[in-house]
Every structure is written in C-alpha cells, then in structure tokens.
Ligand binder design. Structure first.
Ligand code: G3P
Ligand code: CA
Length: 298
C-alpha cells in the first residue's frame, strides 16, 4: 500500500514538473462578472463571481467625458442602463439610431443611471462602476482581467486608453502577489502599444474574433507571441480547429476561449458540459464564462 502511494506521488510530481507553468491549473474568468445571474459589469455581478470561485473577474473598459475608466461592455449606455429615460435628449443619431456614448457623459451623470433594472427589477439601482471601484472590490480575492474596448475610438476623441489603464494599475501597485492582472484586447495595435511603446510588464492576451482568424496560423501565432502571452479566440474558432490548442501551446501561448454560457451552449446539454469539453477534451487553459458556478474543476 505504502509502495503504491509512493509511486503515485512520484508519478504526480513528474507530471507536475513536465507541464509548463502557465498550463498547470485551469483558470476561470468570470465574463462581465457572474453575468448569467446578475447585471453584467455591476459590483453585484463581480461580488457574485468572487463567491462562485472566479480566478479572474473581467472588466470591459470605457472612458467618461471627464477621463475616468468605467466598466461597461458597449461604447454606448442604452443597452444596459436607463440613459434614454434620464437623459432623453443627449443622444447622437447614427444611421437613424439613437446612441448615448459613454464619452459624452461626465462620471457624475453616469452615476445617476440605473444599470440593474434592464436585467431584473430586483437589481434596480445598481450603478455603472468605475474601474477603481472594481479594483477595490476584487483585489486580493481574485485577478483582474481588463479589456481595452474601442481604443481607437477613444483615441479619436483625445483619450489615450492604454496610458490610462497602465497608469491606474501603477497607482494601485498592481499586479500584486494576490492579484494577478492580464490585459486583453481585440486590437493588436493596443496590445503592441502597451508592450513596445509603454513597456509594460503586465501580461497581455490577444482576443481573436472570427473575422480575425488569420492570427490562428503558425505565422500568426508567432506574431502574437511577440507581444502576448496568450490568445483569447471565439469558442467557435477553437471548436472548428481543435489542433489550434497544441499549435498555440507549442508557440508558448495559452488559450482562453470566449464565452461559455447556458444561452449559447449549442450541442452541449449544459454550460458545464461545454466547459468540460473545451477544458479537458480540447485542452484549453482557461475559459471566459457567464456561469462561473458551472466551471468544472478536477
Ligand atoms: O473578452 C473576452 C470576451 O469578453 C470578448 O467578447 O464582446 O464579451 O467583450 P466581449
Ligand atoms: Ca470582454
């Protein structure tokens, strides 16, 4: 019995040593917080993500008129707040559609908005958090996973999103031992700027949407490796090209597909089954999910 246990222990140690550090543990990234259960990008959704065991809590970042980073997925406020009701005349007309841009509003104005009722009345009164509020909530309990959203749009409006993000991390002395940070973007230019021009040591992840699939070739991955530690492809891209995982790993890149949830689980019986497949059959390292409580740990 003792001999069997010793052999088992040695085998486990050998396996542990053989697997590269970044792939040792499957990593749960709470997408917009626990956004299946609480309104995305509210402190309520982030709190729930922590309770459900998130390793990282994701924040999509936008910039207010007075230059404050806030957590919101869209460039505009109308999908997830009651801006239309509170500021009915403050829209821009685009192709016949009314748009209330974050960057047209001061933080104090955005703080007047209800970011919870659209999701469920029980969340009425939830606010759009500043990134600082998210940092204060999450730090020490999980990692932060900010995304530079529309950096080129903000650039054209006189904001330098990358500088703002890195300055805020510096001000907060982040990352720290208990709070790892990964910065993600669909914009390779945004990531390159942070790495090359702004010389950040914070690890970067390149998000890859279906139209950006040229990044998934051996050549594309090599290029990504020059500024990123990992890729975040749409899950359909990984599902359609499972060999991508090994190719990325051989290039030294981790793989974190987006986004697993109950609504888009496709052929799988549940989000848990979908995640099980991506993590343990295809071998990805991490997943963005709206359902952190469904993340299958082994
Ligand atoms: O950041 C990963 C995933 O969130 C990308 O999609 O549109 O939800 O930001 P999106
Ligand atoms: Ca995102």
């Amino acid at each position: 019995m003792l001999k069997t246990l010793t052999l088992l222990f040695i085998a486990m140690m050998l396996l542990f040593i053989a697997v590269p550090a970044q792939y040792k543990q499957k990593t749960l990234v709470a997408h917009r917080g626990a956004s299946a259960y609480a309104p995305e990008h509210t402190l309520e959704a982030y709190r729930l993500a922590l309770q459900q065991g998130a390793d990282y809590v994701e924040q999509d970042l936008q910039i207010t008129k007075d230059g404050v980073l806030v957590c919101l997925h869209d460039l505009t406020l109308e999908r997830t707040t009651n801006v239309e009701e509170v500021f009915p005349d403050r829209f821009k007309l685009e192709n016949g559609n009314k748009r209330w841009y974050v960057s047209d509003f001061m933080l104090a104005e955005i703080k007047q908005l209800d970011a919870g009722s659209w999701f469920d009345k029980k969340f009425a009164g939830a606010k759009v958090p500043t990134w600082q509020e998210a940092i204060d909530l999450v730090r020490g309990k999980a990692g932060l996973y900010p995304e530079t959203k529309g950096p080129e749009v903000y650039g054209s409006r006189g904001f330098d999103m990358e500088k703002l993000v890195l300055a805020q991390l510096r001000k907060n002395k982040l990352p720290d031992k208990k709070t790892p940070v990964l910065i993600q973007s669909f914009s390779p230019e945004s990531l390159r700027k942070m790495k090359v021009e702004l010389k950040t040591k914070v690890p970067l992840v390149l998000l890859i949407s279906p139209p950006q699939r040229e990044w998934l070739t051996a050549e594309g991955l090599q290029k990504a490796k020059s500024f990123a530690v990992g890729i975040g492809p749409a899950k359909s891209l990984v599902d359609g090209k499972p060999e991508l995982v090994k190719l990325a790993h051989d290039t030294g890149l981790s793989v974190t597909p987006y986004t697993s949830n109950e609504k888009t689980k496709g052929r799988f019986a549940s989000a848990r089954e979908e995640m099980q497949y991506f993590l343990y059959t295809l071998g990805v390292d991490a997943l963005f999910t709206d359902n952190p409580d469904q993340f299958p740990r082994k």
